[in-house]
Ligand binder design. Structure first.
Ligand SMILES: Cc1cc2nc3c(=O)[nH]c(=O)nc-3n(C[C@H](O)[C@H](O)[C@H](O)COP(=O)(O)OP(=O)(O)OC[C@H]3O[C@@H](n4cnc5c(N)ncnc54)[C@H](O)[C@@H]3O)c2cc1C
Length: 428
């Protein structure tokens, strides 16, 4: 039987970053797909460059960005100050909605401000007759407790329900972690005079070659021949530390998996309650048109339940190209049937109704992909079970990382940071 010191499962960002960090050590990367990249693959068609949904990059660690750029010689990379909006009843409200309620029609602004005040003002100022503050037991509670009914029901609840395709009461209050744009009463009132809509992704970078350019940069630090494509992990004997793949058996000292965590538990035969792990899937349409569309916008959020998609992004406004190039995202429950072909005419009609395309726009190229899983449902139960299961797996030399291995919400930079930290830990 073959053996390897570190067996890595998945050649997405997490698996490749692990391999790159292991440098000269003995490792092998298994990838079920026929290409590397995981969710950071890029499609080039008829002059359009698309990813699996909009993959825009924001780095908090300059050394990681510099490390990547050093491996991307000749690649044009743009840094963009993002412009993002919420499409609300025929007008564009600056994102985040909660900091820009003053842009709403006056009656709706008053609703939001009133409810925000009574949700957030100190109870002693409100007097004894004030209802008790909402307790934050779930993501939904958190939205009502921190922003009040107006903001919650006009944007935060309908938008996130479309995205997550679940009742938000099921999600942990911190289900979006640092990616949720928090704002307190003072921020919101201050923003009415001095706009400051900065968020974790206020600027982003994007390479001319698409997201795969970042993947290729990481892969350039992986030993040639150390990636086995079209070879899936299909079982793990935890006691013997032997992996069964679609082609062979491999003995390992340690195994680092970026496969979805529920799948790893099944492959490793770990007893667990499958109902604890749920997620949404996202149908992405990449659409290329014959002429330019709206300018000065990078993406727009659509909370209206009558509109099929929850977000639309504009690739053509990154490199100022002259034909409208969109990604359009639709959220589905994990067990929902996705009728891709049937959905396209509805999406085009909705794009027209929302003013993204006009009557003259002709679709000249398209691509679609279903990301499954896309956003995992972070719940109290998933957090507790994941912590307990990862500790049990680590005792057998098995580590689960990445967006889906970690059952979390994160960026590609987070994946690189995590992979490097794990390698440092393994080296002791
Ligand atoms: C809609 C959406 C938009 C996003 N936008 C951004 C963004 O703008 N910026 C950003 O930084 N991040 C973004 N992300 C997050 C980003 O996609 C992820 O953080 C990153 O791609 C995760 O990489 P990964 O390697 O952990 O997982 P993956 O990309 O899922 O890679 C896992 C790999 O493991 C392989 N695999 C699975 N099971 C097996 C098996 N049994 N055997 C062998 N191989 C297996 C898969 O084929 C896959 O290649 C977005 C995510 C989504 C869903």
């Amino acid at each position: 039987m073959e053996s390897v010191r570190t067996l890595i499962v998945g050649a997405g960002i997490s698996g490749l970053a692990t391999a790159a960090a292991l440098e000269g050590e003995d490792y092998l990367v298994l990838e079920a797909d026929r290409e590397i990249g995981g969710y950071c693959k890029t499609i080039k068609r008829d002059g359009f460059v698309w990813d699996y949904s909009g993959h825009f990059f924001h780095f908090r660690h300059p050394e990681i960005e510099a490390w990547l750029r050093a491996r991307m010689q000749g690649q044009e990379i743009r840094t963009i100050h993002k412009r993002s909006y919420v499409a609300y009843k025929g007008r564009n409200i600056d994102f985040p909605f909660q900091k820009n309620i003053h842009q709403l029609p006056q009656e709706e602004f008053i609703d939001c401000l009133h409810d925000l005040y009574f949700a957030r003002a100190p109870r002693e100022l409100l007097g004894p007759s004030a209802p008790p503050a909402v307790e934050e037991h779930s993501f939904r509670d958190m939205l009502y407790a921190r922003f009040g009914r107006g903001i919650a029901e006009k944007f935060l609840v309908p938008y996130n329900t479309k995205l997550y395709a679940t009742d938000l009461a099921n999600l942990d209050k911190d289900a979006m972690g640092r990616f949720f744009p928090h704002a307190d009463l003072t921020d919101i009132v201050r923003n009415m005079r001095a706009p400051d809509n900065a968020s974790y992704n206020a600027t982003f970078t994007y390479p001319a070659g698409g997201a795969i350019a970042y993947v290729d940069a990481i892969a350039s630090a992986v030993r040639p021949g150390a990636i086995a494509l079209e070879e899936a992990l299909i079982g793990i004997d935890l006691e013997a530390r032997v992996a069964r793949t679609s082609k062979r058996q491999i003995r390992f000292e340690r195994l680092v998996s970026s496969a979805p965590f529920d799948k790893l538990l099944r492959l490793a035969g770990r007893p667990h309650d499958p109902a604890i792990y749920s997620w949404n899937k996202v149908l992405v349409f990449n659409l290329g048109f014959d002429r330019k569309g709206p300018r000065d916008v990078h993406w727009t959020y659509f909370p209206d339940p009558a509109t099929s998609f929850y977000r639309v992004g504009y690739y053509d406004n990154i490199f100022d190209t002259d034909r409208l190039s969109l990604y359009v995202e639709l959220g589905y429950a994990k067990d929902a049937t996705v009728d891709v072909e049937g959905m396209l005419p509805r999406v085009l009609a909705d794009l027209r109704r929302e003013g993204v395309i006009g009557d003259a726009h002709e679709l000249v190229a398209s691509h679609s992909v279903v990301m499954d899983p896309a956003y995992v449902h972070i719940t109290r139960a998933s957090l507790a079970d994941h912590a307990q299961q990862t500790a049990a797996l680590a005792a057998h030399g098995v580590y689960s990382i990445g967006r889906y291995g970690g059952w979390t919400y994160c960026s590609i930079e987070d994946n690189i940071v995590e992979a490097r930290a794990l390698v440092a830990k393994l080296r002791g």
